[in-house]
Design a protein around this ligand. Structure first.
Ligand code: NAD
Length: 543
């Protein structure tokens, strides 16, 4: 049985709000007050008579907020407002735009407790896992705040005719980016894509998941405080299949994060409109423990890889491949650590794993485990829901004896469930890890880092962490992050993460003579001259 922390205080069995808790501990209701909610929802682009939709706090099941829902007409209005604001914003020097990101960075770190409360209230994750979002958002803000001018500057390119053609590659903003985000990393996934879009001179119309809209609204409010023109970031809220397509319908570019199923629909709609899209989708990520791995470090890393945010992390690990020679020793360490994780739902640091976000998530996790067990898998630890802690808690779960016909082996569970497989050769491990249509993230553990990087080169995933769970690659924001195969299209972070929000424009200025017969040359003479010129350019190794 998994231990529980003392700070699982934010619990209530009813549906009303529960501001007080034993011992004066902070509760969801005392941290996210009605006044805070009322202030934040003013940032939603919705009409005065908008229908409200209620969200519940996963930790306790109590009512959290009533959020106004935007209609497709509201989405259109959001685009109109954003388009007007974008004109003036794009005319500002990139350094001034980037300075807003740097101010946001400082405000975010100073005011992090406000958003940690919101993230915990909306997602049910622990404070440490919520802090990872602050970290990710701050890294992105600093990176693009400092590097956007370099990424976006005009670049001199070789001209059609050396000396005579002066050619520049310029980057122009796309216009208004339609951004659709999921509930699992509500700060990180609303901010980290929006920031480079803004730095590149765009406006954003963002549809966060309704469950976690307060966090996105808070981030918008903070960015406005940092100097972003208020109309530049529009937030619309509503049912995914209704408001999502409306967002795609008017976008000049689409930045989508969510499931592969929805990502395909978004891609089709964007393709029909001939607008680009980046798609950050699901995964079935693998971790490889090679025979020479430091088993203590690997076990500690694997626990973080599998159970951070209760496994509701796109890059978290759901398949563990362990070399047979170290499998028993590794599993002893790994399961002991998983079993010792302290589940808790308090609004304070201390718990190791929090709650799932929704009944739908709990249903998937329960079904995957039950079906695997029914088909012959063994539970090494966990395997139970924990309603005694809160309505949506589920134990960190390790399964052995899983086979490829079980959904838990092939489908994304998106919960605190991992299955273990043994291998004899590296080839076998790489082939098994790659035997999935997904290709998001992987992790390799070995004392020989050169060997780790060689294995990485054979893994079909957009990020590979050697001797780390996921944070090393994700936190390397100067380098691209995204998925291969069914895990997506395009990349966030690095140069690709900002250039996707731009159109390349080539501006070529011709000097002295045109590129055509002139100065008394007839067509034949002109062709002969250029033929000689082309041969000379190649001989001179001009690129
Ligand atoms: P989801 O696809 O159900 O929803 C994502 C967003 O799309 C939500 O805002 C939703 O309202 C909206 N949406 C729903 N239907 C839509 C439609 N027809 N058109 C446009 N938008 C629509 O995903 P989810 O279950 O909320 O999120 C979890 C998934 O997201 C997991 O598969 C996870 O792996 C993935 N994810 C990926 C990354 C990444 O970076 N690759 C990051 C986080 C989550």
């Amino acid at each position: 049985m998994t231990d529980t922390t003392a700070d699982t205080q934010a619990r209530s069995t009813g549906t009303g709000r529960n501001p007080a808790a034993p011992g004066g501990a902070r509760t969801v209701a005392s941290a996210v007050t009605d006044a805070v909610v009322a202030r934040l929802v003013r940032g939603v682009t919705a009409g005065p008579d908008a229908e409200a939709v209620e969200t519940l706090a996963p930790l306790t099941g109590e009512r959290l907020a009533a959020l106004p829902q935007s209609t497709p007409a509201d989405v259109e209005r959001a685009y109109r407002l954003a388009r007007t604001a974008q004109q003036a914003w794009a005319a500002q020097p990139v350094r001034r735009r980037a300075a807003v990101l740097l101010r946001f960075h400082d405000l975010l770190l100073a005011r992090q407790d406000e958003v940690l409360d919101l993230i915990q209230a909306e997602t049910g994750k622990t404070r440490l896992h919520a802090f990872e979002e602050v970290l990710g958002a701050a890294l992105a803000a600093r990176h693009y705040g400092r590097k956007a001018p370099a990424y976006l500057r005009d670049r001199r390119r070789g001209g059609a005719l050396p000396v005579l053609t002066h050619t520049l590659e310029a980057r122009r903003p796309k216009g208004v980016v339609g951004q659709i985000s999921p509930w699992n990393y509500p700060l990180e996934l609303s901010v980290s894509d929006a920031l480079p879009a803004f730095a590149a001179g765009n406006a954003v119309v963002n549809k966060p998941d309704t469950q976690t809209a307060l966090t996105a609204l808070w981030a918008r409010e903070l960015l406005v405080e940092a100097g972003l023109p208020a109309d530049l970031w529009q937030i619309v809220i509503g049912d995914g299949p209704v408001v999502g397509p409306a967002v795609v319908e008017h976008a000049d570019y689409v930045s989508f994060t969510g499931s592969t199923r929805t990502g395909r629909q978004v891609a089709q709609q964007a393709a029909g409109r001939l607008v680009g899209a980046s798609l950050e989708l699901g995964g079935k990520n693998a971790l490889l423990v090679l025979a020479d791995a430091d088993l203590d470090r690997a076990a500690e890393g694997a626990v973080r890889a599998c159970f951070s945010s209760a496994g509701q992390l796109c890059i978290s690990i759901e398949r563990l491949f362990v070399h047979r020679s170290v499998a028993d020793a590794f599993l002893e360490r790994f399961t002991a650590r998983a079993r010792a994780l302290r589940l808790g739902g308090g609004l304070a640091y201390g718990a190791d794993m929090g709650s799932l976000v929704s009944a739908r998530q709990l249903e998937t996790v329960t079904r995957h485990v039950e079906e695997a067990v029914k088909a012959g898998a063994t539970v090494l630890t966990g395997g139970q829901a924990r309603p005694d802690l809160g309505p949506l808690f589920y134990e960190p779960t390790v399964l052995d004896g899983v086979t490829t016909d079980m959904p838990v082996c092939t489908e994304e569970t998106f919960g605190p469930v991992v299955s273990v497989y043994r291998f004899d050769t590296e080839d076998e491990a790489v082939a098994a890890a790659n035997a999935t249509p997904y290709g998001l993230n992987s992790s390799v553990w070995t004392k020989d880092t050169r060997r780790g990087r060689a294995v990485a080169a054979r893994l079909h995933t957009g990020t590979v962490n050697v001797n780390e769970a996921y944070a090393a690659a994700y936190g390397s924001v100067a380098s691209p992050m995204g998925g291969m195969g069914d895990s997506g299209l395009g990349r966030r972070h690095g140069s690709e993460g900002i250039l996707r929000f731009t159109e390349a424009q080539t501006v070529a200025t011709q000097r002295l003579m045109p590129i055509g017969p002139s100065h008394g040359l007839d067509d034949r003479q002109f062709a002969g001259l250029l033929t000689t010129g082309l041969k000379a350019l190649k001989a001179l190794r001009v690129r």
